[in-house]
Design a protein around this ligand. Structure first.
Ligand code: GTP
Ligand code: MG
Length: 408
């Protein structure tokens, strides 16, 4: 599972649409149809983006609102790709997407001024968010190279500035790859670039970089934890179904599962993975589970499905290690765990910590400054199913204040 991130309009949806067309997941006929429709409302440049942006609102506004997923396969790997919105109003949806990702593609518009405005906008915020949610591997797609005539100096300047920023944000430089490309023309996405102006570039194409990305080993042995993305009801053979990503463990037809925070159990009647019926599903997959013996009012997007013998406990306070994006004080915050969210309060600043060693720098600080790492105690107004290792994000008044890992 990988997610595409970056500032609004930098070309994420277009790049993904291009990837799916060139990998033959979307055929030429469907693309031609999208092109026609896009032309009718004067948005012809968005035809490829429409492969991912499927709602009327997204298409008329030309922005992604909610996350969308799709699949494709190379010779070695099966990928699920997730398109996240770049617009700052939709950061909660971006967080829901990023919290499921094994690695990320950060899309940057290389054209004049766009890279710079992205830096002030969501380019940095998205990179910080995925990193603090545990993503270590980053492919940086330096996009729209066609608009700057494949200027090598510009590519190198962007790569250098981003490397400086990303390494201070605790990405390791060996885990970052920069690829110059153009999603709109498809150059260096799946096909190599043949433009003579780009002859200076002899490195990997995007698809090669994705293929050579080492995805962290998945935890199959742990207890079942699956985050619900969607709840479907009203089917004739399957009146209640849920889909979502299995974070750890496995699930089999016949299992009894527990849904949290509702605390209700259900029986797994059938399982599908990518519309094919299967007997079981494992960590990393995104199955649909058809359920029996549960009322769908107990199931919501963001809830957690777990093992009845080893359930996720509900808690109303926790300690977490955060990376501050803004000034952090004892204050009210919204706590996000994927799509799950609750009102909360930062009760106490325990200590600021050394970024790499985790040692205490200062106990009981009055304030945590942007860029600092700290341990804080958080109280919740309602109980949430959270356990150590969970990635959480703290927001306040529409801004991300901090993100990090729950400790206890
Ligand atoms: P949000 O989802 O709203 O954050 O935007 P996005 O990052 O998904 O951008 P989108 O794919 O919707 O593209 C925005 C605009 O940039 C569209 O008009 C695209 O045609 C244009 N665009 C995308 N990629 C390229 C490219 O490689 N070259 C050029 N010239 N334009 C591009
Ligand atoms: Mg988009």
């Amino acid at each position: 599972m990988l997610t595409f991130l970056g500032h609004v309009d930098h070309g994420k949806s277009t790049l993904m649409g291009r990837l799916l067309c060139d990998m033959k997941v979307v055929d030429q006929r469907s693309l031609d149809k999208l092109r026609k429709e896009a032309e009718t409302i004067g948005k012809s440049s968005f035809a490829l983006a429409w492969v991912m942006d499927q709602t009327a609102e997204e298409r008329s506004r030309g922005v992604t609102v909610d996350i969308a997923t799709s699949n494709f396969e190379t010779e070695t790997t099966r990928f699920t790709i997730l398109d996240a919105p770049g617009h700052r109003d939709f950061i909660p949806n971006m967080i829901a997407g990023a919290s499921q990702a094994d690695f990320a593609v950060l899309v940057i518009d290389a054209s004049i001024n766009s890279f710079e405005s992205g830096l002030k906008g969501q380019t940095k915020e998205h990179a910080l968010l995925v990193r603090s949610m545990g993503v270590q591997r980053l492919v940086v797609a330096v996009n729209k190279m066609d608009t700057i005539s494949w200027d090598q100096r510009r590519f190198e300047e962007i790569s250098q500035q981003m490397t400086t920023f990303l390494t201070t944000a605790s990405f390791q430089s060996k885990s970052i790859t920069f690829i110059p490309l153009a999603g709109l023309t498809g150059e260096n996405v799946v096909k190599k670039v043949s433009n003579p102006k780009a002859s200076w570039y002899t490195g990997e194409s995007l698809i090669e970089a994705l293929d050579s990305s080492n995805i962290a080993k998945r935890n199959l042995a742990g207890p079942l934890r699956m985050t619900i993305n969607d709840v479907f009801r009203g089917g004739i053979t399957n009146p209640v179904s849920i889909s979502g990503r299995i974070d750890t463990g496995t699930v089999q037809v016949g299992d009894v599962i527990l849904c949290q925070p509702a605390g209700e159990s259900a029986a797994v009647k059938a399982i599908e993975v990518e519309s094919e019926p299967v007997d079981w599903a494992v960590a990393g997959q995104i199955p649909t589970l058809h359920l029996a013996d549960i009322d769908p009012v107990h199931l919501r997007s963001g809830d957690i499905v777990c093992d009845t013998k080893n359930p996720v406990k509900l808690i109303n306070s926790f300690s977490c290690k955060i990376l501050a994006f803004d000034h952090v004080l004892p204050m009210s915050v919204e706590v996000f765990r994927g799509r799950l969210q609750a009102e909360g309060k930062i009760k106490r600043l325990v200590a600021t910590l050394n970024k790499t060693t985790g040692e205490t720098i200062k106990a009981k600080p009055r304030i945590v400054k942007p860029g600092e790492v700290a341990r804080v105690l958080v109280d919740l107004s309602a109980e949430l199913p959270l356990e150590p290792g969970t990635r959480i994000v703290l927001r306040e008044g529409g801004n991300t204040v901090a993100a990090g890992l729950l400790e206890a």
